[in-house]
Design a protein around this ligand. Structure first.
Ligand SMILES: Nc1nc2c(c(=O)[nH]1)N[C@@H](CN(C=O)c1ccc(C(=O)N[C@@H](CCC(=O)O)C(=O)O)cc1)CN2
Ligand SMILES: NCC(=O)N[C@@H]1O[C@H](COP(=O)([O-])[O-])[C@@H](O)[C@H]1O
Length: 209
């Protein structure tokens, strides 16, 4: 069996997406291994989940750096120590900048709780509910310098219920999101992937395509 792909996961909160990846990686056939978990803050459940799984962690807070650029470079350096094949932003509430993307561009993916290109930013479920859409969902994309604008890897649709609150809707999205993340990262790790303009292709190309 080939070496599993090395994955670094960056988190800011509860880390349920991270946990889904950790659980999937327990199967050697999955093809990936979480080699480190980083955060932009201390004391979060995401880091505790990594520690319980015996995975190395690091935390770099923007406020501990003179400039945003210095934080971005330090983040790139901390991630580089683990030589990842894929970097997953899983509820990571910071925009990564040009230094980080200069090193990892093309292999950083972010999971977002809305169907891109609708409702980018930090409040996807609330914005979808406020707009009144009947279907929303989750999107996995390759991170670019914009906010939730990168080429799409995968999407899962979720129906909005008439009595949904932001919390109930986000929880239902997160169930779909975790499945999307686990399925996509496994496929990317096992089969490889390529970004061609706005299209992301996983594995062998369809001969008719
Ligand atoms: N270069 C990119 N970085 C990130 C992307 C992206 O598409 N391109 N996706 C985000 C996730 N994201 C929501 O989808 C998001 C996260 C954070 C922000 C933001 O404005 N954050 C503030 C700080 C807020 C806080 O600390 O609570 C900031 O960065 O200063 C917008 C969108 C992951 N990164
Ligand atoms: N803009 C980024 C954003 O909204 N991210 C969202 O935060 C949640 C984190 O959950 P988790 O910490 O339990 O994985 C996820 O739904 C993720 O998509």
């Amino acid at each position: 069996m080939p070496e599993p792909a090395a994955v670094v996961v960056l988190v800011s909160g509860s880390g349920t997406n991270l946990q889904a990846l950790i659980d999937a990686c327990a199967d050697p056939a999955y093809g990936a291994r979480v080699v480190a978990v980083g955060a932009d803050r201390e004391g979060i459940e995401g880091l505790a989940r990594a520690e319980r799984a015996g995975i190395p962690t690091f935390a770099l807070s923007v406020k501990d750096f003179e400039t945003r650029e210095e934080w971005d470079a330090a983040l790139a350096g901390a991630v580089a120590a683990y030589d990842p094949d894929i970097v997953v932003l899983a509820g990571f509430m910071k925009l990564v900048g040009s230094t980080f993307l200069g090193v990892y561009g093309g292999k950083v993916v972010n999971t977002h709780p809305a169907l891109s290109p609708s409702f980018p930013g930090m409040h996807g479920p609330a914005d979808a509910l406020a707009y009144g859409v009947k279907v929303t969902g989750a999107t996995l994309f390759v991170v670019d310098p914009g906010v939730d604008t990168g080429p799409i890897v995968a999407q899962r649709a979720v129906e909005v219920a008439p009595d949904d609150t932001v919390e109930s809707l986000h929880e239902r999205i997160k169930v779909a999101e975790r499945g999307m993340l686990v399925d996509s990262i496994g496929a990317m790790a096992r089969e490889g992937f390529v970004v061609e303009g706005r299209r992301v292709r996983i594995g062998r190309l369809d001969p008719l395509d």
